[in-house]
Design a binder for this molecule. Sequence first.
Ligand code: FES
Length: 374
Amino acid sequence: MDLSTPPPDLYGRPRADTFFRFLTAFGDRYSPALGGPLLRRNPRRPFSRPTEALQLVVTARRRVAADVVELTLADPSGGPLPGWQPGAHLRLTLPSGRERHYSLCGDPADPADQADPAGSAERSGYRIAVRRLPDGGGGSAEIHDTLHPGTRLTARRPRNGFAFCAEPAVLFLAGGIGITPLLPMVREARRNGLDWHLVHTGRSADTLPFAAELRALDPARVHLRTDDEHGGPPTGTELLAHAPRGAAVYCCGPAPMLTAVQRALDASPAASLHFERFGAAPVTDGEPFTVRLGADGPELPVPADRSALDVLREARPDLPYSCKQGFCGTCEVRLLAGAPDHRDRRLTPERRADGALLPCVSRAAAGETLVLDL
Ligand code: FES
């Protein structure tokens, strides 16, 4: 996938999905989310250098929670790596060819990770943490089963679509593995003397990555909250009750958590919301349509509340994907006939006119049939 040319509509095509109006976009160039009244633009600018591939090797691996491993990735020759800021993610190409995005959870300011102690922006290692998803697309299982110290893989330089603005008062809300982009932000908030709190939620204590490390940062400001102890997941009101007045909220977790926080925000002490979701956004205004595999192939109905990608993968389990949010381009298929409703933030008008389609988010009007070159 070529990430060298940013799609022109990355910066503002109105989204039908409410979440997408607020979602900070990943992409070749960093862009703050647009149009959402609850979000602030981030003053930091993206890395604008070319997106050459990085050669990496796994140098360390450790278990940080049930079914979560942390990997340290370094330059095979020991050379410096491009710098990054809290919230950045790495796009990895796994040995199988699968592409996946993972947030960097190390500390970009940690001298131990710094190849040049004089203060260069280069780093000697990237850290990511990955939870095994039994019903995922195989990327997390591949990492757990096959990536060990010495394994080589490639990546693109870090990108940041969820940057930290270091507001004076901050509430971090993490759902399970959603702690990964927030962990570097928490360290930075602590270092800068901000008024911060963190609520880390999960099913049980053993599922919370980095719990001991977080407690050690500041036990009075870190609130670990598990469903088994409280009889179920937290409400948005409960989560936001930890917000200092006027706080900026940074939230990363599953869709129900984000929905709950968004709905409770107006009645809370918090002033703004920045968030990053796992995987696909729920389909909020879909119509049922049909995809056909080839001119004479089988027809598959796509229900109003499911993505075409999910339906296609039932027939073609090897169909690749990564973000499921219409920004990475991994799931691209070729459209042979039909009138699509393009909902991605990746394809240029020219690529769309040329038949490119991203079925993880793009759909069609009710009753329409999209014929795909599959
Ligand atoms: S999976 Fe990333 S654009 Fe479809």
